[in-house]
Design a protein around this ligand. Structure first.
Ligand code: DMJ
Length: 672
């Protein structure tokens, strides 16, 4: 076969019937064919795996671009959009939720990556073990020179186990790290949510309150001094008694009066909140708001005063709602008022004085005339309950307090006077004690203010107020030998020549009522005279702070005669009258009297962490009672601040201040 080159490859010769068959290079032998089939099969398998099993190739989605797709709505929302929500803040809230999803997603990605890393480490570990084992296999079990193959294998196995343990430990640690991080992120998100709530309050802003800055420098300075006092009182409470009802500013611990029952329900926070807001102390207000939203729970299993809960808690929350439009305050106010409703379940509809908020069981104070309810208590629910019906649309609250009014209006009154005790079961008056101080005071105040709150439509309240005012004046008003006017108390058919500090609010009340009377000058004058008498009671003391009660006996006028009447517990009533009379007359003397009180408070009641009551206003060296009453922040400091502010801050024809000085707005469309 000249000219035909021998194949290079040693191909085996095929024979047919013993004759060699010439073969082309393209005709493969069976074994070669199988070899090629095998290669093709392996290739197809690899393609299949690549196409159908690897997730990234299947979906073509990677973690890198996923967030942009998933959270598209988050980035696309227009600024100030009004469609998704009702105000720009809705968007911010959406952002918070979008952010939350995004963060969760990123955490998931991180977890996946961590697990993938751990997996790789595991694979590497196994490979390492393989590498360690390889020489043994390669050497065919020959001695490595140092150890036998068996020894090496054993060591390797132990190494492998240790390495497995290490890897497992690493995975656990990574998992823990991840969980910690997730918790951290969740806490952060919670904080952000709180912040968003806060922003919401800011942005809603409720009413745009005017700053009320006075025009003259002296009043500006004095107003700032009052604001500083508020901060001092608040900071002490915040530092030492946060969440407790009140502060013991010397002992640096919380304090609770029996009126709050046995539980700590942040009385100072709820009572002081609106004062903070009015003073523009927004950071402190926001902290109070956060407490209300997240930590305020009113489920006391002990008996609480229905009146105190209403004026301080329901009133404080309603006022915060009125000022900010923040729904949380309305919700909480309603929640508490609902818990007070069982107290109204008496045969007459006159509520009992005490209630267990957990069980709804109600009763009256043991000392109150034959199981009677107290006039000042059941008569001081009207402003809060009317406003609550107004803002919730639920008439039940108004119906309850209207029933009280109806009952009182229908009863015959001895000499036109309202006794302080009324039995809720029989619907009859108890002991015939009449007072514009303890047990009676705010009932009269609420008659007048209901009329104002109704936009001057509640004519029954007006009638009842002016009839009561006329009877009080006719039977109880006194003039001392030195010419001081005061309102005494009616006891056993005679006038007791005594005035409580509590009744010092009445100067402001008579003055305010004058605006709606045909005898305007007369009532203004009565208001002025009563304010002057209370000022005299302050001026007669060594500390220039007024006693709990003062008498007019012999030559002693406006002076406490008994040891148990000499204390001053930071009460507000005299400041209240100075403030209202200032608004009505702009007589500078009210600001001067208010400033005297500020100086006396700072001199005698101020301690390192707040303000304390004192045991004897006549003593040169004071003894502190170590209690900072919540009404000091709610009322005393608020009245003083308003006294040194311009009239446009809480105008008295647009707001009524409840008996704890919580402003509630006049109701525009009041209907009977
Ligand atoms: C306040 O809680 C209220 O003003 C209430 O009407 C009577 N007294 C205290 C403050 O003295």
């Amino acid at each position: 076969m000249a000219g035909r080159s021998q194949p290079v490859l040693p191909l085996s010769q095929r024979y047919v019937n013993g004759v060699p068959v010439s073969e082309s290079r393209f005709n493969l032998r069976t074994s070669e064919k199988y070899f090629v089939y095998l290669i093709v099969l392996v290739f197809i398998s690899l393609c299949y795996i690549a196409l159908f099993l690897l997730p990234e190739l299947r979906t073509r989605t990677t973690y890198v671009d996923a967030p942009e797709k998933i959270f598209q709505h988050d980035v696309d929302l227009p600024e100030g959009n009004n469609v998704v929500g009702h105000h720009p803040l809705d968007k911010r809230e959406d952002d918070i939720h979008g952010l939350q999803d995004k963060k969760k997603f990123n955490l998931q990605v991180e977890l996946d990556e961590t697990l993938a890393k751990a997996k790789n480490a595991l694979v590497e570990g196994i490979q390492d073990i393989g590498k360690l084992k390889a020489p043994i296999a390669g050497d065919g079990g020959k001695d490595t020179g140092k150890k036998t193959a068996e020894e090496t294998a054993k060591e390797t196995a132990v190494d492998g186990q240790n390495k497995d343990k290490d890897i497992k430990g690493q995975v656990d640690a990574d998992k823990q790290k991840f969980l910690n991080k997730q918790k951290e992120e969740e806490d952060k998100l919670k904080q952000e949510k709180k912040q968003a709530d806060i922003l919401k309050v800011n942005a809603d802003g409720g009413l745009e309150l005017p700053d009320g800055e006075p025009d003259d420098e002296l009043s500006k300075e004095r107003r700032n001094a009052v604001k500083e006092m508020m901060l001092h009182a608040w900071n002490g409470y915040e530092k030492y008694a946060w969440g407790a009802n009140e502060l013991k500013p010397i002992s640096h611990v919380g304090h609770s009066a029996s009126i709050f029952g046995r539980s700590s329900v942040g009385a100072t926070i709820i009572d002081g909140m609106d004062t903070l807001y009015i003073m523009g102390l927004k950071d402190q207000f926001m902290k109070a708001r956060t407490y209300v939203a997240h930590d305020f729970h009113f489920n006391a299993a002990s008996d609480l005063s229905v009146f105190e809960v209403n004026i301080r808690f329901v009133g404080g929350l309603l006022s915060a709602f009125a000022l900010t439009s923040d729904e949380i305050f309305k919700t909480k106010a309603k929640e508490i008022a609902d818990k007070l409703l069982p107290a109204f379940n008496s045969p007459s509809g006159i509520p009992y004085g005490l209630i267990n908020l957990k069980t709804g069981n109600s009763r009256n104070w043991g000392w109150a005339s034959g199981g009677s309810s107290i006039l000042a208590e059941f008569g001081s629910m009207h402003l809060e309950f009317s406003y609550l019906s107004e803002i919730t649309g639920d008439p039940v609250y108004r119906q309850k307090v209207d029933k009280i009014r109806e009952k009182l209006d229908s009863l015959s009154k001895p000499n036109g006077l309202y006794p302080n005790y009324l039995n809720p079961k029989t619907g009859k008056w108890g002991q015939q004690h009449v007072s514009l101080g303890a047990l009676g005071d705010s009932f009269y105040e609420y008659l007048l203010k209901s009329y104002i709150q109704s936009g001057l439509k509640d004519t029954r309240a007006k009638k009842m107020y002016f009839e009561a005012a006329e009877a009080l004046e006719r039977k109880l008003k006194q003039t001392s030998p030195a010419g001081l006017t005061y309102i005494g108390e009616w006891r056993a058919n005679r006038v007791e020549k005594k005035m409580d500090h509590l009744s010092c609010f009445s100067g402001g009340m008579f003055g305010l009522g004058a605006q709606y009377s045909t005898q305007k000058d007369h009532y203004i004058e009565l208001g002025e005279k009563l304010a002057e008498t209370c000022h005299k009671a302050y001026d007669n003391t060594a500390t220039k702070l007024g006693p709990e009660a003062f008498r007019f006996e012999g030559r002693s006028e406006a002076v406490a005669m008994r040891q148990n009447e000499k204390y001053y517990i930071l009460r507000p009533e005299t400041m209240e009258s100075y403030f209202v009379m200032w608004r009505l007359t702009h007589d500078q003397k009210y600001r001067e009297w208010g400033w005297e009180a500020v100086e006396a408070l700072n001199k005698h009641c101020r301690v390192d962490s707040g303000f304390s009551g004192i045991r004897d206003v006549y003593a040169n060296k004071v003894s502190h009672d170590d209690v900072q009453q919540s009404f000091f922040l709610a009322e005393t400091l608020k009245y003083l601040y308003l006294l040194f502010s311009n009239d446009d801050l809480i105008p008295l024809d647009q707001w009524v201040l409840n008996t704890e000085a919580h402003p509630l707005p006049v109701i525009k469309d009041w209907k009977h």
